[in-house]
Design a protein around this ligand. Sequence first.
Ligand SMILES: [Zn+2]
Length: 250
Amino acid sequence: MARTAPPPADPAERIFRSEEELAQLPASERIRYRLVQADRRYHANDNIAAFVRDGELAELKAEVQAKMHEVLRALVIDTESDHNTNETAQRVAKMYVEEVFRGRYVPMPSVTEFPNVERLNELMIVGPITVRSACSHHMCPIFGRVWIGILPNEHSNLIGLSKYARIADWIMSRPQIQEEAVTMLANELQERVRPDGLAIVMEADHFCMHWRGVKDTDSAMVNSVMRGAFLKDANLRREFLSLLPRKQAA
Ligand SMILES: [Zn+2]
């Protein structure tokens, strides 16, 4: 399969551009330039908010709209006289940048952490959290549910229940691969909460399986991540898994 070459990692290979030169470029090129200069990865599921400056999201949206218009043209759709597709390019651009892929372009929602003053050390389960994402392969929707198990210790930080959903939403609002999404979520929570054990289970419906390909109507994918105490302690793992509601019969 043909893949585009990765950006040059060697600083000597990087082309230097002045601020004036950068200002002439489309916003996507300016942002990409900053990412390459910083040697930062910008895969579909990476957050690049730190490289986007004020006003550039509006420019990106305009760029996506223009390219989307070209896609519709290439599909031989008469967007001029077809009132249904008249503003489709604009709608899709807005949906990508401001809604479904928003988690790439905005910083993580602010989360207040509280010290564990009560010294809670019992298994805590949060979920199901409804998550919406899109697969990186086909940009088709993914709808799913996530359960999070936390085993805190006295040094753990606690975060409000609603914050788990906000962090999950931030990570899922990007073109994702389910396995990588749960790992990203686990890394974020591990860093913030610092529990003794962390478990995440995600069960999701991939619309690329329904809409295209095998057109399977009854396939859900389940992924889990187990860390710390959940890896070492089979009883804890069993307790967590037994507390999750069984998958509803179709
Ligand atoms: Zn897919």
